[in-house]
Design a protein around this ligand. Structure first.
Ligand code: CP
Ligand code: NVA
Length: 301
């Protein structure tokens, strides 16, 4: 049995296998071919935080594969009244074939996995967002045909999505430059782990340096879920780290611009770039569905 808590729970071969499966499932869906490989299987989905893409793509993925999903808002289940994470994991394991969880603290997904008899999938924690990266890599492959050898540039807050991208890039052989203001750098242990995995990782405070000759420009919100109290400070500290047409002009002529969404036009990305010809953000959002379908088939089928 395998969990997906961190990008490093997958090998580079497993990432490629999931992307290949996702491509195949995407093509089948376009042709209207249905599969029922998860018939009679259920996925419990615990959410401590809001979600549009992750929740809907997991629910549709389960339904497309003939299975069933159960949305569990953490306020409505007994966890919200103090039942332990370990008891919850043991109970859910008796009913379902998989558990996905979006949590405030990464430790919660680790605790779930430690006590679960079924695969646990991190649907976003304060530390990582591995499901997002599978969809991102699927999208990059669609536009660039491969992953290896590309230059990836992250601009903005070195957050959970950035952490998983650093590890993912290291695994698949993509160079990554991360440009953040001082104090917003990605988790130091993650950067060290990425380098241990052979990653070419440059952490800088200079967005122009990161964007220069990039094949992919990527950003995410400046105020992540849980950071709301710091909103004003973050908006001011991150003001020079917007993906806009000046940064696009420094990157390769065929650069793709990515954002995991939700987006705040005029903050981390200009409206012009978000709606412009380089933006692939809605393909990226669609690919959450295909990538997660492949993931749950690999872990739960
Ligand atoms: N990108 C992403 O995870 O979106 P949601 O928060 O809407 O799930
Ligand atoms: N970094 C963002 C990602 C949202 C999908 C957050 O954690 O809120």
């Amino acid at each position: 049995m395998k969990h997906l808590l961190s990008m490093t729970d997958l090998t580079s071969d497993e990432i490629i296998e999931i992307l290949d499966m996702a491509e195949d499932l995407k093509e089948k869906r376009v042709r209207g071919k249905v599969t029922d490989l998860l018939k009679n299987k259920s996925l419990a989905m615990i959410f401590e935080k809001s979600s549009t893409r992750t929740r809907v793509s997991f629910e549709v993925a389960m339904s497309d594969l003939g299975g069933h999903s159960i949305y569990l808002n953490s306020r409505d289940i007994q966890i919200g009244r103090g039942e332990t994470v370990s008891d919850t994991a043991q109970v859910l394991s008796r009913y379902v074939a998989g558990i996905t969880a979006r949590v405030n603290s990464h430790k919660t997904v680790e605790d779930l996995a430690a006590h679960s008899q079924v695969p646990v999938i991190n649907a976003l924690s304060d530390l990582e967002h591995p499901c997002q990266i599978l969809a991102d890599f699927l999208t990059i492959r669609e536009y660039k045909n491969s992953l290896k050898g590309l230059k990836f540039a992250w601009i903005g807050d070195g957050n959970n999505v950035c952490n998983s991208l650093i590890l993912g890039c290291a695994l698949v052989g993509m160079e990554i430059a991360v440009a953040c203001p001082e104090g917003y750098e990605p988790n130091a242990d993650i950067v060290a782990k990425g380098r241990e995995l052979g990653g070419n990782i440059n952490v800088t405070n200079d967005p122009q340096e990161a964007a220069r000759d990039a094949d992919v420009l990527y950003t995410d919100v400046w105020v992540s879920m849980g950071d709301e109290e710091e909103r004003d400070k973050r908006l001011s500290d991150l003001a020079d780290y917007q993906i806009n047409s000046e940064l696009v002009a420094l990157s390769k002529h065929n650069v793709i611009v990515m954002h995991c969404l939700p987006a705040h036009r005029g903050e981390e990305i200009s409206a012009e770039v978000m709606e412009g010809p380089h933006s692939v953000v809605f393909d990226q959002a669609e690919n959450r569905l295909h990538a997660q379908k492949a993931l749950i088939l690999k872990l739960m089928a």
